[in-house]
Design a binder for this molecule. Sequence first.
Ligand SMILES: C[S@@+](CC[C@H](N)C(=O)[O-])C[C@H]1O[C@@H](n2cnc3c(N)ncnc32)[C@H](O)[C@@H]1O
Length: 185
Amino acid sequence: MHPLLIIIILGALLILTIGLGIFIILAMVGMMLYRSPFLPLPLSALNRVNELLTLSDTSIAYDLGSGSGRVVRHLARQNKNARVVGIEGAPLPRAFTFFWSVVEPLPNTEYLAQNILTTPLNDATHVFVYLFPYMMPILSKKFGEELQPDTIVVSCDFRMADRTPTRTLECIEGSSKHTLYQYTF
Ligand SMILES: C[S@@+](CC[C@H](N)C(=O)[O-])C[C@H]1O[C@@H](n2cnc3c(N)ncnc32)[C@H](O)[C@@H]1O
């Protein structure tokens, strides 16, 4: 093999290894910060989330732990006059969010790099969460203290044990199975 070709292949392998290393480190930083993995919600469940949230032109919707912004973008596309805010603290999903915001700029979206536990929710009319069981009692208390009456909350897969859902939806497609819990505060 030509020595130049060997150098190019070795260079490409080195860049790939460094890229993969950075990806793994950023993913681990997110896990260490929030004990919650970066798991985007499958497309099949996104329409059901939109159906349960029932946004209007005056809505302000939050995705707490917005990951790559997949849910935020979907809601913003479906509800062009509503404002959709994604809150995400971990660096890797925020990098994906930035990438997708450049590829598809949506004027009714906003992303805040902050901790969801210290984000004020007083102006929210709708909230979506797909987090982890240990977060649910903490969020239930926060929602009770900060949300305006009639705010709709949809939680994916994990329910708030101290509250009764107003609706529950199963989303099954292939091997992907999710349960959505809708609450009215
Ligand atoms: C399972 S992912 C859900 C992503 C997105 N909402 C979706 O459904 O596709 C949960 C996200 O919440 C973020 N997260 C968890 N706890 C957080 C906190 N306290 N503050 C900010 N982000 C948090 C994680 O970094 C992760 O990206």
